[in-house]
Design a binder for this molecule. Structure first.
Ligand SMILES: [Zn+2]
Length: 396
């Protein structure tokens, strides 16, 4: 599947016109193929531009010119009857401009109408258990969730949402979610509290879940996300990758890993769920307690001591988040687990030299994921994150 490019299907994909099977095949290809993904970004940009077109009335006089033009075509008169000599006459130029303007307007209006229609779309909701509600109305069997509406479950009810053509989301008991946006370039839910499980086959960064302390951006994956009453959240990824973001802080979480978030702090450091209990408890301290206290330092030492080669996922994120002597400690441990290749120096890594970080990561990421397609996607995601994390550091 990774061998065959999907460029010709991208427009249909972006507009939700493919069958679920084809859409899923295109999405999978996009995760692994940089060339098609670049093309897809262009198409999304075009769609966004079309969405931002203002709605205008075309003056009647413009249509006369258009009709004339079409009549001429019907008479099989080639459009090139406009001879160079006539091009120079002053009377012709405004006419041509008017026809061109009308054509652009007509295309623009068509596009605007299409996308306005689409942006009004709602998501289909199916009742799984009990009596979930949309606003104050109970869902008997099936219903529609429109933009701005809350879907709520009590202690015994569950529901499933079909997210346009890109996946589905199961809503557990005691959960409150709202549909914020659904259009070709962005599908967005707000999870105020409770728990949801998402299975998304869209290409990276089309489906988002806002929580009180971070935004989960899908990178082609399946995951569960829960939010407690204090607004903290916990993400578990079962396939693919998910990025958790708050402002400039981003954690990229692969399958088998989890990541906590806290209000005011944002995402913590991702970790594999099979890491030791001591590792996980200490990491939570490193992430969410005051840095540079003796307790915090002990916690960092525990994280380093308990880490296995696979836990370089965590150490790698920590390199960017701690400073000075602490970063040197993180470097030492990471280097002991996966020795850096030639050309990578301690000084370079401690100064966050991008080239060296990249080189080293090529070696250590094999411990995080066995899927080569996803690994390629990860490299791209990471390159983008790098600048952000560095930017954050500058503000401290
Ligand atoms: Zn391709």
């Amino acid at each position: 599947m990774f061998g065959k490019h999907v460029i010709k299907d991208l427009s249909a994909y972006c507009h939700g016109e493919l069958s679920p099977h084809d859409a899923s095949a295109v999405a999978e290809h996009l995760i692994g193929c940089q060339q098609c993904r670049a093309e897809f970004e262009e198409i999304k940009l075009g769609v966004k531009l079309a969405e931002s077109l203002p709605q205008l009335e075309a003056p009647d006089s413009l249509w006369d010119d258009l009709e004339l033009l079409l009549d001429k075509q019907a008479d099989k008169q080639p459009l090139s009857i406009v001879k160079p000599a006539r091009l120079k006459t002053r009377s012709w130029l405004p006419r041509f401009a008017a026809i061109a303007a009308a054509l652009i307007l007509a295309v623009g209006l068509g596009a605007f109408w299409f996308y306005r229609q689409e942006s009004r779309a709602s998501w289909e909701v199916a009742r799984l258990d009990g009596a979930p509600r949309i606003g104050s109305a109970r869902i008997n069997d099936k219903s529609q969730l429109a933009i701005g509406q809350w879907l709520e479950t009590d202690g015994v009810s569950r529901a499933r949402i079909n997210v346009s053509s890109i996946g589905n989301v199961e809503i557990d008991p005691n959960t409150r979610v709202r549909l914020l946006e659904t259009r070709a370039t962005e599908h967005r839910l707000e999870l105020a509290r409770g728990r949801l499980s998402a299975r998304i086959w869209a290409p990276p960064r089309l489906f988002f879940v806002d929580t009180p302390s971070a935004v989960a951006a899908d990178l082609g994956c399946a995951y569960t996300l829960e939010v407690d009453d204090a607004g903290s959240s916990l993400l578990h990824v079962t396939s693919g990758w998910v990025a958790l973001q708050l402002k400039d802080r981003e954690s990229v979480v692969p399958a088998g890993a989890a990541c906590a978030t806290r209000p005011g702090v944002g995402p913590g450091t991702p970790y594999f769920e099979d890491a030791s209990q001591g590792f996980r408890t200490a990491l939570s301290k490193v992430d969410f307690e005051l840095q540079e206290t003796s307790d915090w330092k002990l916690a960092l030492e525990t994280v380093l001591r308990e880490s296995r080669p696979r836990d370089t996922l965590t150490l790698w994120h920590l390199l960017y988040r701690v400073q000075g002597a602490n970063r040197e400690m993180v470097y030492e441990r990471t280097a002991a687990l996966i020795p850096p290749p030639e050309g990578v120096t301690r000084e370079g890594i401690v100064q966050l030299d991008e080239k060296m970080l990249h080189l080293w990561k090529g070696h250590i990421e094999n411990n995080w994921s066995n899927d080569s397609g996803l690994r390629k996607a990860w490299i791209k995601v990471w390159t983008r994150s790098l600048g952000k994390v560095k930017g954050l550091e500058g503000k401290k």
